[in-house]
Design a protein around this ligand. Structure first.
Ligand SMILES: Nc1ncnc2c1ncn2[C@@H]1O[C@H](COP(=O)(O)OP(=O)(O)OP(=O)(O)O)[C@@H](O)[C@H]1O
Ligand SMILES: [Mg+2]
Length: 166
């Protein structure tokens, strides 16, 4: 069993939104590893960061991703930073991974002032730029398809993924 597609990309790239649309169109289940980690830990990601630190969160995330890759056969969206983990990147080699790309400007506009993203607090544009510069090569490394989402509706992005993968 393996996901129909695995979506990766920075915060605001549309993993949750596009993933939900794909799942609905294809009649498949949708799973998000951020939600898996929160369910397992019984607390919000922002709280896990504050109470236990980022390394602890990344360990929970690595386990959640590994489990979802073997258990889930629908659409899987990964937490934005999960590709920072070398083992996770290795695990993704045998999967169909799509990188939802987004410019800094569009990502900043989309995540706005939402405070549920612990790594972006304080200086959204600055943090986002740093995070995107560091992660972009890693998203590219694991992806078989890169889809630009700038200036496009989530429905349009989902349609391109369906066309390409089918
Ligand atoms: N292509 C798009 N065009 C405009 N807005 C979008 C697009 N994709 C997503 N959005 C909006 O941007 C916001 C963030 O999208 P979403 O939560 O799907 O991103 P994400 O990649 O799952 O982020 P995170 O990594 O934080 O989970 C939402 O308000 C969503 O409606
Ligand atoms: Mg999401």
């Amino acid at each position: 069993m393996a996901p129909w597609v695995v979506l990766v990309g920075p915060p605001g790239s549309g993993k949750t939104t596009v993933g939900g649309i794909l799942a609905q169109r294809l009649g498949l289940g949708f799973r998000d590893t951020d939600a898996d980690v929160e369910a397992e830990a019984g607390s919000a990601i922002a709280d896990i960061f504050v109470e236990h630190g980022e390394p602890h969160f990344r360990a929970l995330e690595r386990a959640a991703v590994a489990r979802a890759l073997t258990e889930h056969n629908g659409i899987l969206s990964l937490g934005g930073g999960s590709i920072l983990d070398a083992q996770t990147r290795k695990d993704l080699c045998s999967h169909r991974v799509v990188f939802l790309d987004v410019s800094l400007a569009d990502a900043a506009r989309r995540v706005g002032l939402d405070t549920s993203r612990p790594l972006l607090l304080g200086n959204v544009r600055g943090q986002l730029k740093q995070l995107m510069d560091a992660r972009r090569p890693l998203y590219g490394e694991v992806a078989m398809l890169i889809v630009s989402t700038d200036g496009r509706e989530p429905e349009d992005v989902a349609a391109e993924i369906m066309r390409t993968i089918r």
